[in-house]
Design a protein around this ligand. Structure first.
Ligand code: UT7
Length: 335
């Protein structure tokens, strides 16, 4: 739908999040792999991350939506659609969205899972917004949820220190005031990067077997250095593009809300956008990389802390496996 012909925008009217209680700090990783607190802090910005000991991604997502419902008064039967962004679904099928729908009793909702790795939330938010903009749906819940510990090899120091488990959710509703809500998005995929960040086995390309288990092919594989280079460029490129398209300068933007994979990638993106650190949402130190959950986690924490106000211009940006990358420009409409 072209921007000119829209009669409503999708606006975020509620936020919620959930993280498990168990904390793994950097010291713990010193005891299981050859690493140091200093290396992890300086190379990534991470200090600790949360791990779900019992349950699955649907439990993370369910708890985040329950928090959203507490915060907003939203009733389960009012929800019309649930989009779950995840790369760690409970099962191939049924979709995690079905399990979440049943857990919360959203008896009037349809839903589906969206697989776009670290860009999952951004892609799902645009999908949810499109449902609202179509005029057909009035209450859409978008969740980013990942139990990364389920696919992390805790003997691989290259990856195990990076990831955590969490979920964050937002409620989308229409607004006729087109100055608010989602204004624009730049979304991209580049499948030529597929081998650099991948879970190699378990899908139809390489079904599970004794060999795939023995060779640890059901875990995250990442060529960190190669992904780092393209992530810095990719995230900065889409962020710069959305600013140009909307005539925004660094001074116009209240917050950059970046995917939390590495503090150095976040800093490089902010620098390219002409934005100072105080205008960047950062919580990587507490949760690590929670894949599809990082951005809604940031939105929820900053909103709950009273740091977001009506009219704030936000740019959400991400880069992840696939490759997938994207930016969304939105104007915050909650008091
Ligand atoms: O979330 C979606 C997309 N993913 C990303 O955006 C992640 C992008 N990549 C990164 O964030 C970084 O590449 C990492 C944090 C994964 C790694 O940081 P780096 O500065 O790129 O390190 P490196 O991979 O270039 O490795 C430097 C050295 C290597 O040793 P040698 O070969 O120089 O002897 C690694 O073996 O650091 C070593 N190393 C470690 N040392 C201590 C790798 N992991 C660790 C570790 N502790 N945990």
């Amino acid at each position: 739908m072209s921007r000119e012909r829209k009669t409503v925008n999708a606006q975020i009217t509620g936020v919620g999040m959930w993280v498990p209680e168990k904390v793994l700090d950097n010291k713990y990783f010193e005891s299981i792999v050859d690493t140091s607190d200093e290396w992890i802090r300086t190379r990534t910005g991470i200090q600790e991350r949360r791990i779900l000991e019992k349950g699955a991604t649907s439990d993370l997502a369910t708890n985040a939506i329950k928090n959203l419902m507490e915060n907003t008064g939203l009733k389960p039967d009012e929800i019309e659609a649930i989009i779950v962004a995840t790369v760690t679904p409970d099962y191939f099928f049924p979709a995690t969205a079905c399990l979440v729908q049943d857990n919360i009793g959203a008896k009037n909702a349809f839903g589906y899972d969206l697989s776009a790795a670290c860009s999952g939330f951004i892609f799902a938010l645009q999908q949810g917004a499109s449902l609202i903009e179509s005029g057909r749906y009035k209450k859409v819940v978008v969740v980013g949820a990942d139990k990364m510990s389920a696919i992390t090899d805790y003997t691989d120091r290259n990856t195990c220190i990076l990831f955590g488990d969490a979920a964050g959710a937002v409620l989308l509703e229409p607004t006729e005031n087109l100055e608010y809500g989602l204004q624009d998005s730049v979304l991209r995929v580049d499948g030529s990067g597929r081998d650099l960040l991948i879970m190699k086995a378990g899908g139809s390309a390489m079904p599970a077997s004794k060999e795939t288990v023995e060779n640890k092919l059901h875990y995250i594989y990442q060529d960190g250095r190669a992904v780092f280079k393209v992530a810095v460029k990719g995230m900065a490129d889409v962020s710069a593009e959305i600013m140009e398209r909307n005539n925004l300068t660094g001074g116009d933007i209240a917050y950059l809300v970046p995917h939390q994979a590495n503090l150095r990638i976040i800093d490089a993106t902010a620098k390219r956008m002409g934005i100072t650190r105080d205008k960047v949402m950062i919580n990587i130190q507490k949760y690590g990389n929670t894949t599809a959950a990082t951005i809604p986690l940031c939105l929820t924490e900053y909103y709950n802390a009273g740091k977001l106000k009506k009219g704030d211009k936000l740019v959400l940006s991400s880069f992840g496996g696939g490759f997938t990358f994207g930016s969304i420009y939105l104007v915050w409409s909650m008091d």
